[in-house]
Design a protein around this ligand. Structure first.
Ligand SMILES: Nc1ncnc2c1ncn2[C@@H]1O[C@H](COP(=O)(O)OP(=O)(O)OP(=O)(O)O)[C@@H](O)[C@H]1O
Ligand SMILES: [Mg+2]
Length: 368
């Protein structure tokens, strides 16, 4: 599995529970432009445990996405869920070059990975000198069960696409996050808002609210240092709407997006949902602060919270989270400062930005 490295333009493909999302970016100087985008819903059950299950249905959705987007690219970057990978930082002698590291990892991996070597794909990245000793360097080892990767490769091939890079959702989001920070800073400046001074050593929480899973990432200096998944997502709100108003799931889904429901909807359903999202985020953060590792013991709060994923699009969620947790909170939209090709609908692009956070990070691999 080729993590991290490419010199070619790739399509970012997020194969997620609700839909397949496709993104092509180009860059000129420091400015990015959306060349193509598409989202095609997946039928219920197409994914199982966040991995492809109905390969034909997913390949068909991908083919439609490619067609409607108008992209000509065939090479792709996809991601496996963060919880599907094992990450270890391994100390190695500082003088080891990439080849020596590679052969040494082959020997050492069984000490770090709880799976047989023939069942996994591995890759590594050097992280520079270790903090502990000048004579060692940190090497980050990433491993995933082959099955998780192979299912995605098969789906892509079924749609006549080539898998070039297999990434991890956490790292794709890390990539997008750098853009998000820039656009949030620009927004604060143009609003005349004082930037929050980091009394916190620069911690940010990125919260990706998906269909049935919410992932919280704590970032320090733009790097993910902590991950936690909770089984809680935006589907919960759809279900509550369906049950309360006796609607089919599909109708409830539409009503959720438009907010076009009875007068008591905000107070009886919407706000309680927002509060439970805030509570979930709070729990995950408390778990992080109480953990001894990651240097978390030195922190009591994060400087800001960025919300992504479809769940972030629930009206007013950012305000409720900010109020309840007392932490500045924004919805992350990576496309605010990007241009777009004329075939890309600018309205959809700006509206659906949070949904494309992973796909965007994958498309950004083109410029590593
Ligand atoms: N405009 C909108 N307003 C409110 N909710 C929306 C909107 N668009 C999509 N959603 C919700 O977002 C959710 C899907 O989010 P997203 O696509 O980020 O999840 P996912 O990536 O499929 O899930 P996972 O990451 O677990 O695979 C759905 O529950 C959907 O109802
Ligand atoms: Mg997702």
């Amino acid at each position: 599995m080729a993590l991290f490295k490419t010199t070619e333009r790739v399509l970012g493909i997020d194969i997620s529970v609700s839909a397949v999302k496709l993104m092509e970016l180009s860059r000129s100087g420091q400015r990015y432009k959306v060349e193509a985008m598409a989202i095609e819903p997946l039928p219920e059950g197409a994914m199982e445990n966040r991995n492809p299950s109905d390969l034909d249905a997913i390949a068909d959705a991908l083919k439609r996405a490619v067609r409607t987007s108008g992209t000509r690219l065939k090479k792709t970057a996809v991601a496996v869920p963060t919880s599907n990978v094992i990450t270890r930082t391994i100390p190695m002698p500082i003088e080891y070059d990439e080849d020596t590291i590679e052969s040494s990892i082959q020997l050492d991996a069984p000490n770090y990975i709880p799976f047989a070597l023939e069942e996994i794909y591995m890759d590594f990245q050097t992280q520079g000198p270790s903090k502990v000793s000048k004579s060692t360097q940190d090497v980050m080892l990433v491993a995933s069960r082959q099955e998780n990767v192979d299912l995605r490769r098969d789906v892509l091939q079924g749609a006549n696409l080539k898998p070039l890079i297999v990434d991890v959702e956490a790292y794709a989001l890390e990539n997008t996050f750098q853009l998000l920070q820039e656009s949030l800073i620009k927004k604060e400046e143009s609003d005349g808002v004082q930037l929050a001074k980091s009394t916190d050593g620069g911690l940010t929480a990125l919260v990706d609210i998906g269909t049935s899973i919410t992932s919280l990432y704590v970032l320090r200096n733009g790097k993910v240092i902590f991950t936690r998944e909770q089984t809680f997502g935006s589907e919960q709100l759809t279900q509550t709407i369906a049950d309360t108003y006796e609607l089919t799931r599909d109708r409830a889904e539409l009503a959720k997006r438009s907010g076009d429901l009875s007068e008591d909807y905000p107070t009886t359903i919407l706000v309680p949902f927002q509060r439970s999202v805030a509570e979930q985020i709070n729990q995950a953060l408390q778990f992080f602060f109480s953990a001894d590792h990651y240097g978390a013991g030195n922190y009591t709060s994060v400087g800001n919270i960025v919300l992504t994923g479809g769940g972030a699009m629930v009206a007013g969620l950012d305000r409720t989270v900010a109020e309840l947790l007392g932490i500045p909170t924004q919805v992350g939209n990576p496309f605010v400062h990007m241009g777009n090709a004329s075939r890309v609908n600018r309205h959809s692009l700006l509206r659906d930005g949070p949904l494309f956070a992973v796909a965007c990070g994958l498309a950004l691999r083109s410029f590593d």
